[in-house]
Design a protein around this ligand. Structure first.
Ligand SMILES: [Fe+2]
Ligand SMILES: [Fe+2]
Length: 481
């Protein structure tokens, strides 16, 4: 079997030899029309007949896996792509540490594996649903194209999880695959499984924050699942990570460009105080304090995706060899964690304190800490733009106790600095820290679409380089009307 090149001869491009796996091919072909219906109902609103300059995977070779071309989104070749099988791979953690990785689902871990795959799978179409209206207000064709690239790849990630369900979980896998097309982000009766994936993404600043913070939670989860002793899951996640990197690039550079434009506009007219919101907004750009509020919102919502700091589910998944730690194989320890401890932030006697917990039950906390470290890199880049423009304001990550709905801090209120406050103070002051309706209305007022090639909305700077090294006036989307 050739693992590196993708077979485009069947309806479903793949590198898993589907043409010789008739049963699974049939199951996937049976699921395909439902997927296309979902895409047309819940995928990007409009633009389905536009030619979009998209990258499509044609191999899983990390040196050159993608080609770029104009594609109508419904014609995008969603496929099943797994990273190459590593010879003699062993289970890198847990009770079966060092034994050969499983090529089939181990019976005793079946339910746990299926649940993890379904949860991961559910997030993929959810974000497409959340972002479906954004095409109508894109600040440029470049950004419009990036949105659609993210959307088609999230669709492919759904295919990736559905393949695992169809191939390895029989009848209940097929039922779960159907359910993934039935739930809807934000639906009162049939919502998506995780909180952040039921929130609205009302504007482009939210989109950039989402791809920076929430897609990065996805990165951390995929890294942990890429360690899995269940080899097909590991290989699937490894390839998904190559696509995920672009989503976070869109977020990081998107926020950079917003910050850049705001700083330029302030300098042009000599605004001395970047916290003078009225003055900055009058320039038609998004003031830095409002960017901070959006950041507070999306970071705190994304922290909730890691679940409770102390979790027996996480311990069980690790013991079972199903879900490991971030960069598990690079950690130097016994990979079993039977006696290790890990410091967990907890509420103790009304104060936030670090308390040592068994490392096994503290795995969610550990992954969340790794996530926070990863998030901090963006602050450095954005703050450099601000300081280079001569301003002293700094964007910061709020304290992990701020605005939480899950885990240790769900029942208390804290300021972004981590000071505990009572309900009355929270109610009085929360609009200082989270976007208010007025903030949302102001941002919405800037969201007028720009569809001329090479032009950008006045609240965002152009990117430093084009996609696929295209020049600044490249027509990334040929809009049909
Ligand atoms: Fe994804
Ligand atoms: Fe993503």
């Amino acid at each position: 079997m050739n693992y590196m090149h993708v077979d485009y001869s069947t309806k479903i491009p793949n590198n898993v030899n589907l043409s010789e796996d008739r049963q699974v091919l049939k199951a996937l072909e049976g699921w395909h029309p439902g997927y296309m219906n979902w895409w047309s109902d819940m995928g990007p609103d409009g633009f389905q007949q536009s030619l979009v300059y998209l990258r499509t995977a044609y191999s899983v070779d990390p040196r050159g896996w993608a080609k770029f071309d104009y594609v109508k989104m419904p014609d995008y070749r969603w496929g099943i792509l797994l990273a190459p099988q590593e010879e003699n791979r062993v289970i890198p953690f847990g009770e079966d540490f060092g034994k050969p990785a499983w090529q089939e689902v181990p019976g005793e871990h079946r339910a746990m594996l299926r649940r993890l795959i379904v949860i991961q799978g559910d997030t993929e179409p959810a974000s497409v649903e959340q972002q479906r209206h954004l095409g109508k207000t894109a600040p440029s064709l470049y950004d419009l194209r990036n949105l659609f690239q993210v959307n088609v790849e999230e669709g492919r990630h759904l295919w990736a999880m559905v393949y695992l369900l169809q191939k390895y979980f029989g009848r209940d896998g097929r039922e779960e695959a159907d359910e993934l097309l039935r739930r809807r982000s934000g639906d009162a009766d049939s919502p998506r499984m995780l909180g952040a994936f039921n929130e609205a993404t009302p504007d482009w600043l939210s989109f950039f924050m989402f791809t920076y913070f929430t897609d990065r939670d996805g990165k951390m989860q995929l890294h942990s699942l890429a360690q899995s002793g269940f080899d097909p899951l590991s290989r699937t996640c490894r390839f998904m990570l190559t696509e995920e990197a672009h989503h976070m690039f869109v977020g990081e550079t998107g926020i950079s460009r917003v910050v850049q434009r705001t700083c330029e506009a302030m300098r042009e007219v000599g605004v001395a105080d970047p916290a003078d919101i009225a003055k900055v907004r009058a320039l038609g750009v998004i003031d830095l304090p409002t960017i901070q509020k959006k950041l507070n919102l999306h970071y705190s919502l994304s922290l909730d995706l890691f679940g409770s700091e102390v979790s027996t589910n996480a311990a069980n998944a690790f013991n079972a060899g199903i879900k490991g730690r971030y960069r598990e194989t690079q950690i130097e320890d016994d990979h079993r964690l039977q006696n290790a401890t890990y410091p967990v932030l907890k509420l103790v006697g009304g104060e936030i304190k670090r308390v040592d917990e068994p490392a096994l039950t503290a795995l969610n906390m550990r992954l969340r800490d790794d996530y926070t470290q990863d998030c901090a890199k963006g602050m450095l880049r954005w703050n450099k733009i601000i300081s280079s423009a001569g301003y002293g304001i700094k964007l910061t990550l709020p304290n992990v106790a701020f605005h939480r709905a899950i885990g240790e801090f769900r029942d208390i209120h804290a300021t972004p600095d981590g000071v505990l406050i009572d309900d009355a103070t929270w109610n009085r002051r929360q609009s200082e820290w989270l976007p208010s309706t007025a903030d949302g209305d102001f941002i919405a007022s800037l969201m007028t679409p720009v569809t001329e090639t090479g032009k950008f909305a006045p609240w965002i700077s152009p990117p430093k380089v084009g996609i696929d090294n295209k020049p600044g006036d490249f027509e990334y989307v040929k809009i049909e009307t």
